[in-house]
Design a protein around this ligand. Structure first.
Ligand code: FAD
Length: 278
């Protein structure tokens, strides 16, 4: 039987960093479980972040009006994407789990990692208009964010100065990972390692190792299934009236994004939840 593969997409400039230690812990623990672990060390690879015309080999479909999404979709179909994109797509194809390991930058991933997402997750390869969210092309794969923050945990509470971390994570976890179909595992958040004593940092890494031992058996986060929505331009891709009616008695919104004007479902983007009914 083929060896199962995990891909770690890693973005930190320094081998002595806390993020490097978190990456190393994942490589060790997953290798010990028999996984083949691939690491894309983006800064070391000098991975290009900008989505440009250079990503397409050969002629363009429309030179007058360059549309990156259209051109890369055609290039993917015709095997004309640049070699660095193709190499990363091959790793994603082989992986059953993709872990993104990074320091939080401006409430998001570092630019080099966002560039990886922009360039590698091309239309056709990572999604199609018919295949998104729970019907997405990667629905048999898992993905997760593993990141450190500068801020302490209370700063990312709903009443903390940075606001609710669940809101911060919604665009990355729903808008990118789940959009491509990935089952999204709860994020691994290392709160403020730089402002923690050594023993606390060591405990964070030990907690991560313990989690990695059971990671593959974890339930994913809850997202709203496509079947709840009217999937047409005429219908505005809005939630169907019967689905809205089903939600009337729920004191909370359905997900962080689909809050329906109600209080957010607690921890929707940070803890595994029930599979939502289609
Ligand atoms: P490091 O500084 O590398 O490590 C922290 C400590 O851990 C160091 O003392 C290191 O020696 C030690 N360490 C390394 N290995 C180990 C080990 N094996 N065991 C124990 N200790 C170890 N933060 C936010 O919260 N929100 C933001 O929006 C945000 N935006 C940012 C934007 C930019 C452009 C930048 C530069 C920073 C931003 N930050 C933000 C802060 C950033 O997220 C943190 O600086 C980062 O997460 C810290 O992680 P690190 O790996 O760089 O830590």
């Amino acid at each position: 039987m083929a060896q199962k593969t995990v891909l770690i997409v890693y973005a930190h400039q320094c081998a002595a960093s806390f993020n490097a230690a978190a990456r190393d812990a994942a490589v060790q623990e997953l290798s010990a479980q028999g996984y083949r672990v691939l690491v894309s060390d983006l800064y070391d690879m000098k991975f290009r972040a900008e989505a440009t015309r250079d990503d397409v080999i050969g002629g363009l479909k429309n030179c007058e009006l360059f549309q990156y999404g259209e051109e890369t979709m055609a290039a993917w179909e015709e095997d004309r994407l640049s070699d660095d994109i193709k190499a990363e797509q091959k790793k994603v194809t082989e992986a059953e789990l993709v872990i993104f390991q990074f320091p939080l930058y401006w409430f998001s991933v570092p630019a080099i990692m966002k560039g990886w997402m922009d360039r590698v997750l091309t239309q056709g390869f990572a999604f199609s208009l018919q295949n998104v969210y729970n019907n997405g092309l990667f629905k048999d794969k898992k993905a997760m964010l593993s990141f450190s923050t500068g801020a302490i945990q209370t700063m990312y509470q709903p009443d903390g100065i940075n606001g609710d971390i669940n809101v911060t994570l919604w665009p990355l976890q729903n808008g990118i990972l789940h959009f491509c179909g990935f089952q999204v595992l709860a994020p691994q958040i290392f709160w403020s390692p730089a402002h923690s004593p050594h023993a606390a940092r060591a405990a964070m890494l030990e907690g991560w190792r313990a989690r990695l031992r059971g990671l593959m058996a974890e339930k994913p986060l809850s997202f709203a299934p496509c079947e709840l929505f009217n999937l047409s331009f005429q219908g505005g891709f809005l939630m169907k009236p019967e689905a809205r009616k089903d939600q009337e008695a729920n004191p909370y919104g359905l997900t962080t994004g689909h809050h329906l004007g109600k209080p957010l479902p607690p921890d929707n983007q940070t803890r595994a939840g029930p599979t939502l009914k289609k």
